[in-house]
Design a protein around this ligand. Structure first.
Ligand code: ADP
Ligand code: MG
Length: 395
């Protein structure tokens, strides 16, 4: 609730409490204990309500509700001739709905149940209908009404709580999507800026390669450099196409073995950095219909994740087999593994357990696999390793 509305509502409540206090003061014959409690309660609750926005803690809410209990039960016992105080007692738990606090709600519901039983005990055994004739006349009927009122409050709370939670979740997802959109645009801008310098550098290298004043070994190195720059440019283009997903990307017949070999070739030096190894076991003639760059990106992400999860010395195995209708690619590691809950979160944007991770890799992978009607499955056990299974229809 916004601050202004909060203070207006609270001032109204305080005004009502003060009015009640004034009426009680007018009828006062001599100072008694009950009146003092009533008076102090109005002061304390007013103060609590006014400073609550500064301390929005569970403890403070509990304090306010507890004083609320004290206040309404004081009224109930102090002014038995005013039967409407009984209604207030029934609806005290509803106060915690305003605070949107589940624990507080159950606390007040249970406390209210106990206090109502105590109050009825008092009316039946001590008062015997003296002051509370209106309750004593029909004990059973009144009790049923009280229970009904508590059930009603419970239902109201539960339904509104669930709805609020849903709305909150929706709002969070919306924010997430906004963030993703922003990163997408940023990546596109950066990728675009990287492209131009690369083109210039590659141009010069091409010139040098053709220049006869360089020897053969230098020319070989220029060729290598140009190849590397081509890879960079490809990756940058990938980023650009990712941020423009509507752009048509052609699928082609791709030999899975060739692609796996070229991707693992690229990643081998990355693996060696942490003393890991990539083993491949791939059947011949596995063809799928997919965009080559996206397929490379998919494998690259998956194998990189597997390597990053593995301890030094362990190897990652990549296999690909043909079945009747599918090509099944597996990436198996003996790394840190994941719990069931962690596996469930995979593919969520920005979900990453690495200190320098982006949590975007798998999101992109899931998109690619879905686009080509494939399936992506994770089997993992914490501490033992992970197997990723990617299945694509055979071309
Ligand atoms: P990033 O690699 O940037 O963290 P990803 O989307 O590629 O983002 O992966 C998300 C998270 O999934 C990782 O941070 C990691 O915790 C987990 N993960 C992915 N693959 C594996 C794997 N093979 N073994 C263990 N954890 C993995
Ligand atoms: Mg990754």
């Amino acid at each position: 609730m916004n601050r202004k509305a909060y203070y207006i509502v609270m001032l109204m409540i305080i005004a009502l409490m003060v009015m009640g206090l004034l009426i009680a003061t007018a009828e006062l014959t001599g100072l008694n204990f009950g009146y003092v409690v009533h008076f102090l309660n109005v002061i304390i609750i007013s103060a609590c309500l006014l400073i609550y926005p500064k301390y929005e803690t569970h403890f403070f809410r509990k304090l306010i509700i507890s004083f609320g209990f004290l206040y309404f039960y004081t009224l109930f016992f102090l002014y038995p001739e005013t039967w409407t105080t009984f209604i207030f007692i029934c609806f005290i738990p509803a106060l915690s709905i305003l605070f949107f606090d589940m624990k507080l709600f159950y606390f007040s519901l249970i406390l209210n149940g106990l206090l109502i039983i105590a109050a009825f005990g008092y009316i039946i055994f001590t008062d015997k209908g003296g002051a509370y004739a209106y309750l004593h006349n029909d004990i059973a009927g009144n009790l049923i009404n009280i229970i009904a009122s508590q059930v009603l409050i419970f239902l109201i709370f539960h339904l509104s709580f669930r709805r609020m939670k849903k709305q909150q979740l929706y709002y969070e997802q919306l924010q997430q999507t906004e963030r993703l959109k922003l990163t997408g645009q940023l990546t596109a801008a950066v990728a675009h800026e990287i492209r131009n310098p690369i083109t210039v550098v590659r141009g010069f290298l091409q010139l040098f390669k053709e220049d006869s004043s360089f020897g053969d070994s230098a020319k070989g190195k220029f060729k290598l450099m140009i190849d590397e720059l081509n890879t960079v440019e490809q990756i940058v283009s990938q980023f650009l196409t990712l941020s423009k997903p509507n752009k048509d990307q052609s699928a082609e017949q791709v030999d899975v073995r060739d692609v796996i070999q070229s991707v693992t070739g690229l990643l081998n030096s990355y693996a060696l950095l942490s003393d890991n190894q990539i083993d491949i076991d791939v059947e011949e003639d596995c063809f799928i219909s997919i965009n080559m760059i996206e397929f490379k990106q998919l494998l690259m992400n998956m194998i990189k994740n597997a390597l990053e999860a593995s301890d030094a010395g362990k190897s990652v195995v990549v296999t690909a087999y043909r079945s009747r209708q599918h090509i099944e690619i597996k990436i198996i590691d003996e790394g840190c593994g994941m719990s069931e809950a962690e596996v469930k979160s995979l593919g969520t944007p920005f979900y990453s357990l690495k200190s320098n991770g982006t949590g975007l890799g798998l999101m992109i992978c899931y998109n690619i696999v879905e686009k080509y009607e494939g399936k992506l499955d994770y089997t993992s056990s914490k501490g033992h390793g992970t197997t990723v299974t990617i299945r694509f229809p055979t071309a």
